[in-house]
Design a protein around this ligand. Structure first.
Ligand code: FUC
Length: 889
């Protein structure tokens, strides 16, 4: 041991000297490491403290950064070249933990939630704050926001677009199509539960954590020799928040509890001597009267100590331990009905939970949570770096090897989905279910030109299918409200939604033409209805959602119009979300953007497949097949890029955060290296031209795209960029101390997008086969994952890889059917049976990939297919309920 320590010290010194003198001397460092013959783990140990050398030692921060980068590269070099990488298996519990309270910073606080009720827990010593949310507490009340003038203006707007008068078309759309009513309502906070502890100014041994294996927050500290412990969770089965406060010496617990709120219309009460009540009405917003009424109750339970109350607070004196139950409910029944009784509901939840004891409540909560959470396990190994507090790991991540930090972030995404999206509740909004602002950014509503869809990318494949339900229900509701919008605004059948919606399921166009004249929200969301079927194979479910899937197609069938120049059927007006080429006079309004074409293609293809699966609507199938033939194919432009618009006007210097035309690469499957390699190569050029650094969600999407590119190292680079403390990279997003993603500000889509992307690095099932470890970065050369789901209802019970090769995989077939595997190395069955290589179409209907038309390639393009690593393709017929084990050949 001493020998290693001495070597490590020498090592640091060498590192320091070498780096300061010559920051790029990678070879020298590699030589040094080789001579010292240290194991990878010891090397990790060596780099970790070294990464914390203060800036003052270096000439400037740039120097330090460069030196750290060099050290990191040498670590990666060793990992790449060391076949027996001895990274330790992760044994530590998955926790976010800190040595300091949150203070005033909301993004330091820790999120808990059960899909209905949620809290941000600050862990402050003297004044503890539980910032409270409830899923239906939104501004406004039932309303619609269609603009009926649109119908009359439509022909003229189209004419202007086709004549290239984009600015004039945009002006007209602003005047005649954009809503003159609500631009969407706000998801609002309830208020705070505040606990004030007199005399707790000076404390020691502070610690707080969020254990994402149990979904429980804990805070401990010591004052005057007494150790205090606070635990809190939002119970899944009991639908209330439970807080336990205790001290390790008798009669030491004294505090004052109160509820606070920022609403104009509110009322505080103390019921009896142990229950705080806050009643309120949400805000008016954009001409819509706030009519959601809510009631928050906090009831105290203690066997000892004194309880003293005033008119709006309760003081506890000299207790041993105290339980606080918090229940919140509103009058919201559905988007069209707010006649519920918030007071009765809040009381009912509370009464039911109140008589249960803490241990029973906690055990039931953990069991209900783990039913979902434990389905997926990921192990990418672990190093010493994982022993530090979460905020320090975040700070160090780029400069050290900390693979279990990726695991933590991955599982945190799953934790957030379980906590913010439960069957029967509202879908996760821009901030999930956590918002402390009365007027949050973008109203914390649903932006459906990417953000809401991204929230649900991890749902099916990370085995959280039930968590998809709130979104699927919202889509069904939008298919009702969006019907009137289709009729009134565009004279079309079916339904649509524009680029935003809210709890009232508005479907009219908002914000301004630049953003709002996009009618793909319904079409994109309808793909989620189909995706749920692809993973579950549930025909009854498919039957129940089919009208909405078909309705999305009906809308486009009516709305499409022939482009006078190209003769294709196009969406007009539409846009390529939130981007505009210079050549279009800076206006985004357009006809036939690539993303719109791809969306219509998917909506038609999925409707055809759904109708076939249900054995109905032959005429519709024929009609949609015919319409599909008339859609524009994709274009490869003069910069060898995938064109964003029908005309070749993309700028290779454009680094806009939306790369909407890559919808075709992910989440759709229209761009495949196997069936259209040139398009695939063009998509890569587009990705390279747009660059890496961007807003949080954009980087999250890029992880998925690079995974689809089968480039694990580039995907990892994006994870690194996302997992940087906010502010590290100018113009980019990042991550807050509580691991919330930063757009900035906080948006939860980036968390979910990255969890999805990490899954896509390890398994993909959208391109005709179950592709195992398609995009492993050098940092994840060894690992294990269990519990992922694929299309066609297969479960990856356990997959192990070593040195980048698939060692073994166990797969259970829940629906039967052909299992087509694509692997990086040859495999055989565990019993030694040879598998035959296969090709052609996968006979399993859940893996059908709709054929796209050949792309049109610019005469000045010299696009060439990419050289991908070879893979092996096998078919295994499976039986429902049976498991299959494959091992390396
Ligand atoms: C879209 C994005 C923004 C932001 C907002 C909520 O408008 O372009 O970056 O994420 O949604």
């Amino acid at each position: 041991m001493n020998y290693i320590l001495v070597k490590l010290k020498i090592n640091h010194l060498y590192f320091l000297i070498i780096s300061v003198l010559c920051v790029t001397s990678l070879n020298a460092q590699i030589l040094l490491f080789q001579n010292l013959k240290l194991s990878s783990e010891d090397r990790a140990k060596a780099i970790l403290p070294w990464a914390q050398i203060p800036t003052s030692v270096f000439k400037n921060q740039k120097h330090q950064q460069l030196a750290l980068e060099t050290a990191r590269k040498s670590m990666i070099f060793f990992q790449k070249n060391n076949s027996t990488l001895p990274l330790k298996k992760s044994t530590r519990k998955l926790k976010l933990w800190y040595n300091a309270p949150s203070g005033e910073v909301w993004e330091n606080a820790l999120p808990i939630g059960n899909g209905f009720q949620a809290a941000m827990v600050y862990g402050n010593v003297k004044k503890e704050i539980f910032q409270l949310n409830e899923h239906t507490v939104w501004s406004g009340s039932p309303n619609r926001n269609d603009n009926p003038n649109a119908l009359k203006a439509l022909p003229e707007v189209r004419k202007l677009i086709f004549e290239g008068e984009y600015k004039a078309a945009e002006d007209m759309a602003n005047a005649q199509i954009i809503t003159k009513k609500s631009h969407g309502q706000m998801f609002q906070p309830v208020g705070n539960l505040e606990l004030t502890f007199a005399g707790h100014e000076d404390y020691s041994d502070y610690y707080r954590e969020l254990d994402i294996e149990d979904a429980i927050v804990k805070t401990t500290y010591t004052v005057d020799g007494v150790t205090y412990i606070r635990e809190a969770f939002t119970s899944f089965p009991d639908r209330v928040m439970v807080i336990r406060l205790s001290a390790d010496k008798p009669n030491s617990l004294s505090f004052n509890a109160s509820l606070t709120s920022q609403y104009e219309k509110k009322e505080f009460k103390v019921n009896g001597n142990k229950e705080l009540s806050l009643w309120g009405t949400t805000s008016d917003h954009e001409g819509v009267e706030g009519k959601v009424e809510f009631n928050a109750l906090a009831r105290i339970k203690t066997d000892d100590g004194n309880i003293i109350h005033t008119s709006d607070s309760i003081a506890i004196e000299n207790a041993n331990s105290v339980l606080i139950f918090v229940s919140i409910a509103s009058n919201f029944n559905n988007y069209n009905d707010i006649s519920g009784d918030e007071n009765q509901r809040a009381k009912d939840y509370l009464d039911k939970a109140f008589n249960k004891n803490f241990e029973a409540l906690k055990a039931a909560h953990i069991e209900a949570y783990q039913k979902y959470f434990n389905r997926v396990k990921l192990d990418l190994g672990s190093t010493e770096a994982s022993k530090l507090p979460t905020n320090e790991r975040l700070n160090n991540f780029r400069n050290t090897e900390d693979p279990s930090f990726v695991t933590l972030y991955y599982q945190f995404g799953r934790y957030l989905l379980i906590s913010s999206s439960q069957p029967g509740g509202q879908p996760a909004n821009l901030q999930g279910i956590w918002n402390g602002n009365m007027r949050p950014a973008w109203d914390s509503k649903y932006t459906i030109n990417i953000n809401t869809e991204m929230n649900y990318w991890p749902a099916e494949k990370t085995n959280l299918s039930e968590m998809h339900e709130p979104l699927l229900k919202m889509v069904m509701e939008l298919s009702e409200t969006g019907k009137e919008t289709a009729k009134v605004m565009y004279g079309a059948n079916g339904w649509l939604a524009h680029h935003n919606t809210d709890i009232w399921r508005i479907t009219g166009p908002v914000d301004g033409s630049f953003w709002g004249i996009w009618n793909g929200g319904g079409g994109w969301l309808s793909q989620h209805l189909w995706e749920h079927y692809l993973y579950t194979g549930d025909k009854n479910y498919l039957e129940s959602v089919y009208p909405a899937i078909k309705g999305a197609a009906d809308f486009y069938a009516d709305f499409l119009v022939e482009h006078p120049k190209y003769k294709w059927l196009v969406v007009a007006p539409g846009n390529s979300p939130e981007n505009a080429p210079k050549e279009h006079q800076g206006a985004s309004i357009t006809a036939g953007s690539t993303m719109d074409n791809q969306l219509v293609f998917d909506v038609f293809s999925v409707t055809i497949q759904a109708a076939k699966a249900l054995g109905k609507d032959n005429d519709l199938i024929e009609k949609l097949e015919g319409l599909k033939e008339k859609l524009s194919p994709m274009h490869i432009g003069k910069h060898n890029q995938l064109q964003e618009w029908l005309d070749d006007v993309d700028s290779p210097d454009d680094n806009h955060r939306h790369i909407s035309h890559l919808y075709g690469l992910y989440p759709s499957n229209q761009i495949s290296p196997y069936s259209n390699p040139k398009l695939f190569a063009a998509a890569k050029n587009t990705l390279l031209q747009r660059g890496d650094v961007s807003t949080g969600w954009s980087m999250g999407w890029k992880v998925n795209w690079w995974a689809k590119m089968q480039d694990g190292n580039h995907a990892y680079k994006l994870i690194e960029s996302q997992l940087m403390p906010l502010g590290t990279v100018r113009g980019g997003g990042g991550t807050y101390n509580n691991l919330f993603d930063a757009h900035p500000p906080f948006q939860i889509d980036g968390n979910f997008g990255c969890t999805s992307g990490i899954t896509e690095m390890l398994m993909q099932s959208s391109d005709g086969a179950v592709h195992l470890i398609p995009a492993l970065p050098d940092n994840f050369k060894n690992g294990m994952i269990s519990g992922l789901k694929t299309r066609g209802g297969f479960t990856i019970d356990e997959m192990i890889w070593e040195n980048g090769e698939l060692v073994s995989v166990k797969i259970t077939s829940t629906l039967g059917g052909n299992l087509r595997l694509r692997t990086p190395n040859e495999i055989k069955t565990k019993s030694g049976k040879k598998l035959k290589n296969t090709s052609g179409e996968n006979p399993n209907d859940f893996f059908v990939v709709s054929k796209i038309r050949q792309p049109i390639i610019s005469e000045t393009s010299n696009i060439q297919p990419l050289q991908l690593k070879p893979t092996f393709l096998y078919d295994m017929p499976t039986k429902k309920g049976k498991s299959y084990i494959f091992v390396m050949k």
